[in-house]
Design a protein around this ligand. Structure first.
Ligand SMILES: Nc1ncnc2c1ncn2[C@@H]1O[C@H](COP(=O)(O)OP(=O)(O)O)[C@@H](O)[C@H]1O
Ligand SMILES: [Mg+2]
Length: 285
């Protein structure tokens, strides 16, 4: 799907593999568990397990699950998730942007709904929502309700089967309770998702990021990405955190999102070349 063979040249590189050059129309899934995104018109080489062309479309259907967490509430998770969702959506992918659990209103879910032009309903994006603007599990209790890890996992899993890319936004930070005895870390493990840790680029964030990374397994940390979000008003540490963090975490998996002003439109922001490049790199394996 989403591709066509552009140049006829195919060469065998091993008994059961072949290289083909394809021109990407939207996005391409690569073999194994990796996904690489390319802008329309770019050409790239891929290796296939079959020497026969064209490569079966199903070969490329690897659903990728990203989990957007953060060092805190208000870090910029929804801003980033909306931009990623819009970017993937405009690439032509069937993208599910989920905010399974909301408290204090459904604003986050509405932003995700808008980012994907309503291709999922509000209830599909956000099945569990509670009025009080406190930790979701406490807000649920106030309404004599509860959210189970199994139910949230089943909901996300259902969308994994129907989508080509999944973005899940947690609530609060990595260990903030989401429901009955589970948090974002538990879902990341259940889903074997790639965590994207969003954090404000301000004084103290390196400690918060290192604590968050410590709370993840080595296997999960090895694929984690960090996005530092510039605050509206820089402080003394803004701009220097990425360099300091690079002493403990690979710089190639640390990214920066500039302050976008208020109000901003995700549709317009994802057209900026610097933002597109950043989003693509965050998502690339
Ligand atoms: N890069 C940014 N540019 C403009 N506004 C931002 C940016 N990052 C965060 N904000 C604003 O800061 C507030 C908190 O961001 P949000 O994405 O909702 O955080 P979280 O989802 O982590 O709670 C929102 O009002 C959001 O619009
Ligand atoms: Mg949010």
């Amino acid at each position: 799907m989403c591709m066509r063979v552009a140049s006829g040249g195919s060469e065998r590189s091993a008994a059961f593999s072949a290289c083909v050059k394809i021109q990407v129309q939207h996005a391409v899934r690569l073999s194994g568990r990796s996904l690489r995104l390319h802008e329309a018109g770019q050409k790239m080489w891929i290796q296939t397990l079959s020497p026969d062309l064209p490569v079966p479309a199903s070969f490329f259907c690897v659903v990728k699950t990203w989990f957007i967490t953060g060092t805190d509430t208000g870090a910029g998770k929804t801003v980033l998730t909306s931009l990623l969702a819009r970017y993937l959506y405009e690439l032509g992918l069937r993208v599910a942007a989920l905010k399974p659990v909301c408290s204090g209103g459904r604003d986050d879910a509405r932003l995700l709904f808008n980012a994907i032009d309503g291709s999922l309903t509000m209830d599909e994006i956000n099945p569990w929502y509670f009025q009080a603007a406190i930790a979701p599990t406490l807000a649920a209790r106030q309404e004599n309700k509860s959210v189970s890890r199994r139910a949230v996992h089943a909901h996300i899993q259902n969308w994994r089967e129907k989508s080509e890319a999944i973005l899940v936004e947690g609530a609060g930070g990595l260990l903030s309770p989401l429901g009955v005895k589970f948090n974002s870390r538990d879902l990341i493990v259940d889903l074997d998702a790639t965590p994207i840790i969003v954090a404000p680029d301000k004084l103290g964030v390196v400690n918060q990021l290192l604590l968050t990374l410590e709370a993840l397994s080595a296997k999960t940390t090895a694929k984690a990405r960090i996005v530092l979000v510039s605050p509206a008003t820089p402080d003394t540490a803004t701009g220097s955190n990425a360099g300091l963090l690079a002493e403990s975490f690979p710089a190639k998996r640390t990214f920066s999102l500039p302050w976008l002003g208020k109000p901003y439109s995700p549709e317009e922001v994802v057209r900026r070349p610097d933002i597109r490049q950043m989003l693509q790199q965050v998502l690339e394996m």
